[in-house]
Design a protein around this ligand. Structure first.
Ligand code: CAA
Length: 388
């Protein structure tokens, strides 16, 4: 029996900034951001969106009433969670009207935990073939105004429904992973922004990719020629490009061009949205599926997931004949077309309006067009609102 991703859906916030504006404001050459970092725009989260609302807004668009009745687990991956005890999954279960006999859990290991969630879902469905598992990867990447990491911020959520006989792709049982305790990026409990050793983190990413890739090849007997495309965790899109370039010399020139073309398709939306942390590799997968018109049923895709701290994992997916039907085709183009551009001053104000902590507050939700929004905090309880 094949198990994998049956449906995928995406959500990001309605605001963005342009990287040329940010470069000007920070006294950098625009090409450093556009080419050197590989980002053109960046999603900005208002105070009325958090990982719960973004996750619910993503999943809501793809779930039928039958799905909501049949889901057996809700797995929520995030590294920018809103509570140290209560999982984001149980908020989402209620917001989405998912049945009360589902399990709910939140996972954490930096940007890696979305992949762990997906594998947990795959293994559960393998044991329980009638089950549906909802996996959500949702994050707001925050480094701070005028920091080195600022150009690599972003926000959004990817939702995936894992089932037997999936519409999009099977998740193959060929995972190779490694982890090692490394201080490249972390976020202490009292900080709303990440702490990062930027260049070190980028080097560790590359080292992990190389080591995991070599181990993957020796354990599976596969090589780059086995894959139609490689999909990467993209904290900024140049990062994936560097990793890909490290291994391209392993194949003939024609294959190198084909892999580069697919990579360009896979980073198109990430360039415009920014880092999604846990969801980043899966936004890249959606970007590939929606933008690479050379894909065909049976194609093998390799996916490299990385989370600082640090953990890396490589596995393959096999594309299914009707993969396009598991995606909402116009979702991403529409979302991008409908966003409002902020000036850098407006972005800075919005960034500072996001408060960590449980102080009571009422938020103005009238400007937020999303279905699920955070209305405020009352008696230290987060108040989620369904607007339509
Ligand atoms: N035209 C074209 N390119 C230019 C340029 C110009 N005018 N000016 C500079 N560049 C290039 C540089 O040559 C450099 O390219 P290479 O990396 O290929 O050498 C690139 O632009 C970036 O320049 P710098 O290295 O000088 O940039 P920086 O010091 O400002 O920092 C960064 C870059 C370290 C990525 C920083 O943005 C950062 O700390 N980001 C957050 C951390 C991060 O994303 N780490 C990734 C791995 S960790 C991970 O994956 C988990 C996660 O999601 C966080």
């Amino acid at each position: 029996m094949e198990v994998g991703i049956d449906k995928m859906s995406f959500f990001s916030t309605q605001y963005y900034i342009d990287m040329v504006d940010l470069a000007h404001a920070r006294g950098e050459a625009p090409d450093k951001y556009l080419i050197g970092i590989g980002q053109t725009q960046q999603a900005v989260a208002p105070a009325t969106q958090d990982v719960v609302t973004m996750g619910a807004n993503a999943a809501d668009q793809m779930l039928t009433q039958a799905d909501r009745a049949e889901i057996e687990e809700v797995i929520f991956a995030t590294e920018s969670g809103v509570d140290q005890s209560k999982s984001a999954a149980v908020y989402v279960q209620k917001l989405l009207g998912i049945n009360r006999y589902a399990r709910t859990i939140e996972l954490k290991q930096a940007c890696y935990s979305g992949t762990y969630g997906l594998m947990q879902a795959r293994d559960y469905v393998t044991l329980h073939p009638k089950a549906k598992v909802l996996v959500i990867a949702s994050d707001i990447a925050r480094y701070g105004i005028n920091t080195g990491g600022e150009v690599t911020q972003g926000a959004g959520a990817v939702a995936m429904l894992v089932t037997a006989n999936p519409t999009i792709a099977t998740l193959n049982q060929d995972n190779v992973f490694m982890s090692d305790e490394i201080m490249d990026f972390w976020r202490p409990n009292d900080s709303s922004t990440a702490v990062v050793d930027g260049k070190f983190s980028a080097n560790i990413y590359r080292d992990f990719f190389k080591e995991v890739w070599e181990r993957y090849q020796s354990q599976t007997g596969r090589d780059l020629n086995s894959f139609k495309a490689l999909v990467f965790h993209l904290p900024f899109t140049k990062m994936g490009l560097k990793a890909l370039r490290d291994v391209l010399p392993e194949v003939a020139e024609q294959k190198q061009h084909a892999l580069m073309d697919s990579f360009e398709a896979s980073r198109r939306y990430n360039k415009q949205i920014g880092n999604l942390y846990t969801g980043s590799a899966y936004l890249s997968l959606m970007s590939l599926l929606l933008n690479d018109d050379t894909l065909a049923a049976g194609d093998e895709l390799g996916l490299f997931s990385y989370g600082s701290g640090a953990e890396g994992e490589m596995y393959s997916l096999t594309l299914q004949p009707e993969y396009n039907q598991g995606l909402i085709k116009e979702q991403l183009p529409n979302l991008l077309a409908q966003r409002t551009q902020l000036s850098i001053a407006e972005y800075e104000k919005m960034f500072d309006s996001v408060v960590l902590g449980s102080a009571d507050r009422e938020l103005d939700i009238t400007h937020d067009h999303a279905k699920f929004v955070l209305g405020g905090v009352k008696d230290q309880k987060r108040q989620y609102v369904e607007q339509f």
